[in-house]
Design a binder for this molecule. Structure first.
Ligand SMILES: [Zn+2]
Ligand SMILES: [Zn+2]
Length: 128
């Protein structure tokens, strides 16, 4: 049984690593990897404890969205999520630094790992 769980976790991690920075619910992931929602949820929690996955609430509902952090690099990036196409991108390092510096001079330290800014990306006409 323990071995079975390990395999499920490995499959889940393999699937997520092919979808870095994508926001998905446990339900969506479970359909993709063909595992029960409860075991996906449990394994996501383990990956979250290892710092490989972060979660955030989905707009206006109680469901959680999970995001796999592609690399060590990801942990240090501010992510921007397009609410039109659902893509997540990294904030330009200079912009992120300026923003964090401004906030820290106001006495607020930004937790970059958890920060996600919602908006509309250029491709979806955010700059119109
Ligand atoms: Zn990232
Ligand atoms: Zn977009």
């Amino acid at each position: 049984m323990a071995k079975y769980n390990t395999n499920q976790r490995r499959e889940l991690a393999a699937f997520l690593s092919q979808h870095p920075d994508e926001l998905m619910t446990a339900q969506e992931i479970s359909e993709q990897v063909d595992q029960s929602v409860s075991s996906v949820y449990r394994n996501l929690e383990l990956l979250e404890n290892e710092g490989k996955v972060t979660r955030q609430p989905k707009d206006g509902c109680r469901e959680m969205l999970f995001r796999y952090m592609a690399s060590e690099h990801c942990a240090d990036m501010i992510h921007m999520c397009c609410s039109e196409c659902g893509r997540t991108m990294h904030m330009d390092e200079n912009t992120a630094k300026t923003l964090c510096d401004m906030l820290s001079s106001d006495g607020f330290g930004v937790d970059r790992t958890k920060t996600v800014i919602y908006g509309v990306c250029r491709d979806c006409g955010g700059n119109r």
